[in-house]
Design a protein around this ligand. Structure first.
Ligand code: GN1
Ligand code: MG
Length: 357
């Protein structure tokens, strides 16, 4: 980042007198994240983020949902640890620079770490109960107080439509490369039919969910190695249970990262499924409906399939949505998710019979 830009941001947040090193941070695919750390300090003091306004055209909606959630939860549980966004010196949620970019500042939570894959079933249990607790705590809110930050975000029918549009417009070279994956994709298309039938029958209640409930959005304590708090409230909004339980099954059952290119390394850890479902059900036990419980594992199948087609769509569109580090990364991510999907789908009947009836 250019020094002048950094200086104007630091001034806006009133931290211009501190000597911070500003370095890229984390593994987010959408926003641009930096850590602010003083020399000789073991850990950063702040996280600075530039919002990707191609994805989030109205960042104030994120702040509005966060405020609605925070004030509701605060009345119920004063100890609940929720990441805060620091206001600018003018009292705004974001600093808008002269290019119209939105910046926000978040205090760094010390003595914590994040991970891309979970290590133990206990961590998976605790992570699932953390996401379950968030939704349970928000159970009494007025849903209409929350904005739809991104419309159709986890609507599988919309993602299929987007995929078909991308396919119709894709470059010949990329089409050639994905030929085999298109056959794989076709074999899973009944997931969308089932999803649409659930939507049509309105089987699932609308609640407030995190909607990016993957393992890397949890801060774990370096001491206990258990969750301290949830981060990334960018998509906290009304939705269904498929989203959060789905992203947890997606990101915690596999012991590899979502862009592992060696597909033979992708293992489906069934014992982690039990921990995730237990943790989530324990947290949600007083409010979960019969249909929600019955469809928990299907949530995993929907989310892995949706993520596979979102990555594939972005590959076909020449990588305009997700950050990439190399040219075939979205293709690799899609292949990875289709592999995980095959392993998950194979186990569906057995797992649903064992845990969800
Ligand atoms: C994106 O930027 P990040 O890593 O928080 C994406 C999620 C996907 C995820 C895949 C707004 O999240 O939906 O599940 O990548 N967020 C958006 O890891 O598209
Ligand atoms: Mg996110």
């Amino acid at each position: 980042m250019e020094i002048e830009k950094y200086q104007s941001i630091a001034k806006a947040f009133g931290i211009e007198n501190r000597q911070f090193q500003c370095n890229p941070f984390g593994t987010g695919h959408i926003n641009f994240t930096f850590s602010l750390q003083e020399t000789n300090e073991p850990e950063p003091d702040y996280i600075l983020q530039k919002i990707n306004t191609h994805v989030f055209p109205d960042p104030e909606k994120i702040a509005s949902n966060w405020n609605a959630a925070e004030s509701f939860i605060r009345r119920l549980d004063t100890d609940y640890q929720m990441i805060k966004f620091l206001p600018t010196m003018d009292g705004n949620n974001f600093f808008r620079d002269e290019d119209g970019e939105y910046w926000r500042l978040i205090p760094f939570v010390k003595n914590t770490f994040t991970c891309e894959t979970v290590e133990t079933p206990e961590q998976a249990y605790q992570t699932a109960s953390a996401f379950g607790n968030l939704t349970r705590l928000l159970n009494g809110v007025t849903i209409s107080d929350f904005q739809t930050i991104l419309s159709d975000f986890h609507n599988l029918s919309f993602r299929e439509w987007q995929f078909n549009e991308a396919l119709a417009k894709a470059d010949f070279e990329r089409l050639e490369v994905v030929k085999e994956l298109l056959i794989t994709k076709k074999s899973f298309v009944q997931i969308t039919t089932e999803f649409e039938s659930i939507q049509k029958q309105k089987l699932l209640p609308i609640r407030i969910f995190h909607i990016d409930a993957k393992i890397s959005n949890i801060l774990f304590s370096k001491g206990t190695r258990l969750p301290v708090c949830i981060v990334d409230y960018d998509t906290l909004m009304p939705g269904t249970i498929l989203s959060d339980v789905g992203d947890m099954l997606r990101s915690m059952t596999s012991d590899t990262v979502e862009d592992e290119a060696d597909l033979s390394k992708i293992k489906f850890r069934e014992d982690f499924v039990a921990s995730i479902l237990d943790g989530y059900l324990d947290a949600m036990k007083n409010i979960i409906t019969i249909n929600e419980k019955r469809l928990l594992y299907f949530g995993g199948i929907v989310l892995v399939y949706m993520q596979a087609i979102r990555f594939l769509t972005d590959y076909l569109e020449n990588d305009r949505y997700y950050h990439i580090a190399y040219s075939t990364q979205n293709l690799v991510r899609a292949q990875n998710q289709f592999r995980l999907l095959a392993l998950m789908a194979e186990k569906r009947t057995e797992i649903e019979r064992k845990f969800l009836v």
